[in-house]
Design a protein around this ligand. Structure first.
Ligand SMILES: [Zn+2]
Ligand SMILES: [Zn+2]
Length: 262
């Protein structure tokens, strides 16, 4: 099947919900756990900024590193969250959080698809440039700077993933959501509006699913761990696009549109 960013169906509207600031992090996953309130969505929940922090410093991403950074996030006032899903297979070490399970493949994809990912992100910028708050050349520089760190990062540094990684999160007090059902996302939202997220529970109730990255929160948490603004913004977008490629396109499905929500 030929992958294309064009989609005949109009993506669903972004169903906004206000956050009070105490909700635990959720993943970008479009499925939901009805028993836990919606929280700010990032790749693997709290794992997002810890991964970017490891990339920023080309650090070994092992239990010690993850423990140290989750503690720091907690001390910085962020409520920790990770998740499992109904397709977990603990005997194979998978938790059904695609980001946690496929972390090395996602970073590899980001490295391999630099040209395509950069092209797509520049297209996303051209549609919603003003909302991101940078000129086109500034945004292009952000992506280029983020790629310097991603390309220098050694994949062998990733020593924990999947169920092991989610268990480390829980060991640090993270809430672990259990996402039910199958994936049916039709769009990848990038939400820029502070203190809001996608009402993933409400979306599922109305029979629609969307990936959502709360870029405002991903940047806040990453920068609180010492990640530069360029890597916090560019790295978040690059890894989000690479995650979509691994979880959606590598499963033979059509590429999903990335839509910035100002
Ligand atoms: Zn399964
Ligand atoms: Zn996940």
């Amino acid at each position: 099947m030929e992958n294309t960013v064009e989609n005949n169906e109009k993506p669903p509207d972004f169903k906004e919900i206000l956050l009070s600031g105490v909700e635990p992090a959720w993943c970008v996953d479009g499925r939901c756990d009805n028993t836990i309130e919606n929280g700010p969505q990032m790749l693997g929940g709290s794992l997002h900024s810890v991964v970017l922090s490891a990339i920023a410093t080309n650090s070994v991403f092992d239990q010690e590193y993850v423990d140290k950074n989750l503690l720091e996030l907690h001390q910085n006032g962020f409520r920790l969250g990770v998740h499992r899903g109904s397709h977990k297979h603990p005997e194979d070490g998978t938790c059904d959080c695609g980001f946690a399970d496929k972390l090395p493949a996602i970073i590899q994809k980001a490295k391999d698809q630099r040209v395509e990912i950069t092209r797509r992100l520049m297209d996303v910028y051209r549609e919603n440039g003003e909302a991101i708050g940078l000129s086109e050349s500034e945004f292009s520089q952000v992506i280029e700077n983020a790629y310097k760190s991603i390309e220098e990062f050694d994949l062998e540094n990733i020593q924990v993933k999947g169920e092991k990684l989610v268990s480390i999160g829980e060991g640090n007090g993270a809430v672990a959501e259990n996402l039910e059902g199958d994936h049916g996302e039709t769009v990848c939202f990038v939400n820029l509006k502070e203190n809001t997220t996608l009402d993933t529970i409400g979306m599922n109730e109305q029979g629609t699913q969307a990936f959502n990255l709360d870029l405002w929160m991903a940047m806040k948490q990453s920068e609180s761990l010492g990640v530069s603004k360029d890597l916090a913004m560019g790295g978040s977008l690059i890894l989000y696009q690479a995650t979509e490629m691994v979880l959606v396109e590598d499963n033979g499905k059509t590429a999903l549109p990335v839509v910035v929500r100002p």
